[in-house]
Design a protein around this ligand. Structure first.
Ligand code: NAI
Length: 340
């Protein structure tokens, strides 16, 4: 059994040419913040992913080892380990291929994602620092809000440690895509899993730009007012959940689903699949904002190709114009924090 967990690498000889192929199908994934509202269902979903053979659950909460024991009783291959407290973080991330980070506090009614900055910035900084020292080649996928600022923080920490690779740090914006597809599915009366819709920019308020003009199938709305209302609903969908939970937190289950989907795309890229595409918030030179979300293709080293955001209509161009100053501000806040 343990042999089955080892990476499979081979050198093939064809027509006299030598080339390497990797067919690794066994990855170590870490969830940092694994005992939380997102972390637990995310771990549950990752335990069912056949590409995950080691699943390390890290949190500061006392229940963490118990969550690991609980999941370890599932009859799927991933070996689950629990790691509680900062002194166990290094062991959790060692040899990781992917570290997914939902550690930190969520919003309560009336709060913006930026209100979480003071608490969550140091949490993400410290986890990134530990990853830099103990798993410098791991891909980091950050769920913690405000995502727009957390990705620059992690990037600056990795830069300082001399191990920064922009292809390996990403902000998880998949939930915005999932929500957009769910709402369009409802409007069009079609199975939402068949809807393809890019959501670009960032992950908060006006920085969330659903590119409805590129929806496939086309959104069944002709009235511009209705397009704008749908855009607003996608931008404010997180707040819709925060209000409905009435103080009990923000989106957790749909986020876990979205996080597992993103993780799956990253792992499929690492494995060598050529069609692992999702939107993610990454280092970018497409706009003035140095980090920007849009569809990217994952490969053996993380983000392999930035697929850009294609043609925007006039309304979407206006949305982009409104998003850029906010993104620039969020990015600066993150970078200033990391470099202070
Ligand atoms: P939660 O409070 O239920 O869970 C957070 C977990 O992080 C807790 O188990 C806590 O013990 C742990 N934690 C706190 N400090 C830690 C540290 N220093 N090291 C390791 N673990 C630590 O919160 P929830 O609902 O799971 O949300 C987590 C984060 O995800 C929030 O910042 C929230 O805003 C964000 N979020 C992001 C979304 C996105 O689309 N990117 C969507 C929804 C939430």
């Amino acid at each position: 059994f343990s042999r089955a967990l080892k990476p499979v690498a081979s050198v093939a000889v064809q027509n006299g040419a030598k080339f390497s192929t990797t067919s690794q199908k066994n990855f170590k994934v870490v969830v940092a913040g694994a005992a939380g509202g997102i972390g637990q269902p995310l771990a549950l979903l990752l335990k069912q992913n056949s590409l995950v053979t080691r699943l390390a659950l890290y949190d500061i909460a006392p229940v963490t080892p118990g969550v690991a024991v609980d999941l370890s009783h599932m009859d799927t291959p991933a070996q689950v380990t629990g790691h509680k407290g900062p002194e166990q973080l290094a062991a959790a991330v060692e040899c990781a291929d992917l570290v997914v980070i939902p550690a930190g506090v969520p919003r309560k009614p009336g709060m913006t994602r930026d209100d979480l900055f003071n608490t969550n910035a140091s949490i993400v900084r410290d986890i990134a620092d530990c990853v830099a020292k103990n798993a410098p080649k791991a891909i980091m996928a950050i769920i913690t809000n405000p995502v727009n600022s957390m990705v620059p923080i992690a990037s600056e920490v990795l830069k300082k440690a001399g191990v920064y690779d922009p292809a390996k740090v990403l902000g998880v914006t998949t939930l915005d895509v999932v929500r957009a597809a769910a709402f369009i599915g409802e409007i069009n009366c079609v199975d939402p899993t068949t809807v393809k819709i890019p959501v670009i920019g960032g992950h908060s308020g006006v920085t969330i730009i659903p590119v409805l003009s590129q929806s496939c199938p086309a959104v069944n709305l002709t009235d511009q007012g209705k397009i704008e209302a749908l855009t607003k609903r996608i931008q404010e969908a997180g707040t819709e959940v925060v209000k409905a939970k009435a103080g009990g937190g923000s989106a957790t289950l749909s986020m876990a689903y979205a996080g597992a989907r993103l993780a799956c795309a990253v792992l499929r890229g690492l494995k060598g699949d050529s069609d692992a595409v999702e939107c993610a918030y990454v280092k970018s030179d497409l706009t003035e904002a140095t980090y920007f979300a849009n569809p990217v293709q994952f490969g053996p080293n993380g983000v392999e190709k930035n697929l850009g955001y294609g043609e925007l209509n006039d309304y979407e161009k206006e949305l982009l114009k409104a998003a850029i100053p906010e993104l620039l501000k969020n990015i600066k806040t993150g970078e200033n924090f990391a470099n202070k």
